[in-house]
Design a binder for this molecule. Sequence first.
Ligand code: ADP
Ligand code: MG
Length: 294
Amino acid sequence: ATPISVMVGVGKGAKSGVLIKNAEALENFNKIDVLIIDKTGTITEGKPSVEIMKSVYKDFSEETVIKYITSLNKLSEHPIADATVNYGKEKDVKTLEVKNFNAITGKGVSGTIGGKEVKLGNEKLMEDSKILISEDIKMAISEQQKLGKTVPMLSVDNEVVGYVVIADKIKESSKNAISILQEKGIEVIMLTGDNKDTAKAVATEMGLSNYKSEILPEDKLREVEKLQSLGKLVAMAGDGINDAPALAKSNIGIAMGTGTDVAIKSAQITLVKGDIHGIVKAHNLSGKVMKNIK
Ligand code: ADP
Ligand code: MG
């Protein structure tokens, strides 16, 4: 590409909220075969809010469940944690002292409260600790997951005592942007750390048959490498710390400007407002820049 046409392209992008760091990213964008896209914070707003906090164990009132969840999550930096802490504040609960706090990537958090071992997180976290989930609880949770909600469970001394239903709105532009990219012949694949029912609900709404759930951060990177080894040119869009390695490895990394600094640093393109339609814009811009050259 001529330096001038690239400069014009970069300038046009910047004007519409698509920051392109280097000429190569712009030149290559319209050649991509695959777009890997993160769910939480990329397809969705990433601003989770609590819909329900529920006690499922007789010795634990709803208030105690809220108190335990809020106390643990005051120490966590996960977006879900903020949502639960805000909920606790609204309910005016007093928090308890937590010892031995631990964040387990892709699974949840744990700690000790009043000598009791407390865990908050997904099915994997419970399975790791061999905590049994009754059929009733499984069904109640699954019902919410099928609606696209994330439902971490709270366990105290290896007994599930409650759960919290978290909702995260899908961005307005997500569905339209994804279908335009698919019409352009790009294979779009959604990856998420969330469980399979939650993932399926969101993927279906997006018209995506290609998605993978319960993905750990290192798996996102491996997914990029796998596709590249098949000779595909891979773009990756994400917002989180857990997306950074995959963004860096992909041929073109696209970060949400609303996301973490690490993600932005690892990517070549930043969508200032996190508007997914920016991916379509970048693709169109790339096509135009390349046409000017020929
Ligand atoms: P994602 O970015 O796709 O949400 P993560 O790897 O960050 O995936 O987390 C995976 C899952 O672990 C979450 O969906 C949630 O169920 C659980 N989890 C992680 N941290 C917390 C937390 N602080 N409080 C409650 N649940 C959590
Ligand atoms: Mg994310």
